[in-house]
Design a protein around this ligand. Structure first.
Ligand SMILES: Nc1ncnc2c1ncn2[C@@H]1O[C@H](COP(=O)(O)OP(=O)(O)O)[C@@H](O)[C@H]1O
Ligand SMILES: [Mg+2]
Length: 507
């Protein structure tokens, strides 16, 4: 029997300088299904979908829509063929309303009456359970709602095939549940969906079939119901993936980092961190658990020197760092894997080589008599690239912006660890990464612990905190709620503490 495919991409090839992003890829989307596109960072998923949406041109291959070969030269062609895409980074004008954003760029939009558009938007919103107010400004609605505006934009243009590129990366757990429901509504109304994700749980929750891509090639297409998460993970990374972190019991030594009665202002100029005390010893990982926005940022920025300390102190090996420069902190043995890879981690327009010496370039062997030594700088980068498996097209000359997220993070971890710090603060070290990269980064953090470093792990992922930490500190409203041995607590208890309920309190 001939399958009823709505979109087929056959034998697609796309090269970028030094990388074959798509190598003979074939995917077929059935009418009315959710097809997941699974692959590690840099596997080629966004490239493939950008070709389908007309943002990139293919080097080789054929695209068919409803069995007919088509040419897609730009997003307009894609729209006309009923193909819409929600990008990883939304493309909305912040001081425009929902309606203005949706009709923006559409032909005839000048004569189109805002009122009529607004009415149609309301109707679509109700039909698909989107719950959107067309008159609100984008800057006044949540990220989850902004994503729904992007969905509405596709539906307004009568898209039948909807592409979602990593849609849940920016969402809270509740928003993810809502989005999954919206996808089901879309399918019930006759749409077809391609969902890019590296989260196996989500694929299990909504997708019918899953095509796995690794390093630009299709590994296989599976029926999701009949395939385990472990099997899909293995197809994705090319080897078995352990979901639990293997580690020996810790063997903590002396206190390396000591935070004493620390108070720090937040951006509203009230106390974001209040009288906070915590010690991290050599050879242990202390995890800081908490709901986003409970003082973690203030603590991290105070420790790393990005924010002023109001009162209290931060000691590293008994040396007071509370008011010294970022450079002096680094030279005293502090390393920092920052939350925002792009703002504080890497200079995106610099090469990997340059990025690997951002904090060290001014001294030997990278500089001599005020002159940089490019050979030593490249050698240093090559060592990190091979030790930390940083994959890129042009080795140490690759610009940081051309690395995938996972490889950017491996490079940062490599740089921070290679300075051989005594204290390492890792903030959301695996956010947005796929399982292979997460496993890799977790192993490196445990290695740091086992080599006697003091590690403070700040993460919004409770699973990550529970898997990696030896002790868990819980923060709520800027205060330390409790500090417990990881082996003596569980998800429920830490969850309660995150809500501000101390151990033994409540029931
Ligand atoms: N505009 C571009 N220029 C050069 N290389 C690119 C560009 N976009 C993507 N790449 C490279 O192509 C490969 C695939 O990237 P991408 O499709 O973004 O992967 P994914 O979405 O699966 O994470 C990566 O090696 C990436 O560095
Ligand atoms: Mg991508």
């Amino acid at each position: 029997m001939k399958e009823n495919y709505i979109v087929e991409m056959l034998n697609i090839r796309k090269e970028f300088p030094g990388v074959v992003a798509n190598d003979d890829i074939t995917i077929q989307l059935k009418q009315g299904e959710i097809l997941a596109l699974l692959g590690e960072n840099g596997a080629g998923k966004s490239t493939l979908m950008s070709i389908l949406f007309g943002l990139f041109h293919l080097d080789k291959g054929i695209i068919k829509v409803k069995g007919k070969e088509v040419r897609i030269s730009d997003p307009n062609d894609a729209n006309n063929l009923g193909i819409g895409m929600v990008h990883q980074h939304f493309q909305l004008v912040h001081n425009f309303t929902v309606t203005e954003n949706i009709i923006l760029g559409m032909e005839g939009s000048k004569v189109l009456k805002i009122k009529e558009a607004s009415k149609k938007i309301k109707q679509i919103s109700t039909q698909y359970g989107l719950d959107i107010d067309p008159d609100k400004k984008i800057e006044d609605i949540s990220v989850g709602m902004q994503q729904r505006v992007e969905i509405l934009k596709m539906l307004y243009r009568n898209a039948e095939v909807l592409i979602f590129d990593e849609p849940t990366a920016v969402l809270t757990p509740q928003e993810i549940i809502d989005l999954i429901q919206i996808m089901r509504n879309l399918i019930a109304e006759g749409k077809s969906i391609i969902l890019i994700t590296h989260k196996l749980k989500e694929i299990k929750a909504v997708a019918d079939r899953c095509t796995v891509i690794r390093r630009g090639k299709v590994i296989g297409t599976v029926n999701v119901k009949e395939t385990s998460e472990a099997k899909m993970a293995e197809m994705m990374v090319g080897r078995e993936v352990t979901f639990t972190v293997d580690k020996e019991a810790s063997n903590p030594g002396k206190v390396i980092l000591e935070i004493k009665n620390l108070s720090v202002l937040n951006t509203q100029k009230t106390l974001g961190l209040k009288d906070f005390s915590l010690a991290v010893r050599a050879g242990e990982i202390v995890g800081l658990a908490g709901v986003d926005g409970n003082g973690q940022t203030e603590l991290v920025e105070a420790i790393t020197g990005l924010r002023k300390v109001e009162s209290g102190s931060i000691l590293l090996n008994d040396k007071d760092l509370s008011h010294v420069s970022i450079r002096e902190r680094h030279e005293s043995g502090l390393s920092h894997i920052p939350e925002d890879r792009h703002k504080h981690g890497l200079v995106l327009e610099f090469t990997i080589a340059e990025n690997m010496v951002l904090k060290e370039f001014y001294h030997a062997p990278f500089s001599k008599n005020g002159f940089l030594n490019p050979e030593e700088i490249k050698k240093h980068a090559d060592k990190i690239i091979s030790l930390f498996d940083v994959r890129s097209g042009k080795g140490n000359a690759t610009l940081a912006k051309n690395l995938s997220g996972g490889n950017q993070q491996k490079a940062i971890v490599g740089r921070e660890v290679s300075s051989n710090p005594e204290f390492l603060i890792a903030v959301q070290p695996t956010r947005g990464l796929d399982v292979g990269a997460i496993e890799y980064i977790h192993k490196r953090l445990i290695e740091q612990r086992d080599s006697g470093k003091a590690v403070l792990l700040v993460s919004l992922e409770l699973d990550e905190i529970l898997d990696l930490s030896d002790r868990i500190a819980v923060i709520n409203h800027g205060e330390l709620i409790d500090l417990v041995e990881a082996g003596e607590t569980n998800e429920n208890e830490v969850g309660l503490m995150m809500a501000g309920i101390k151990r033994g309190e409540g029931q």
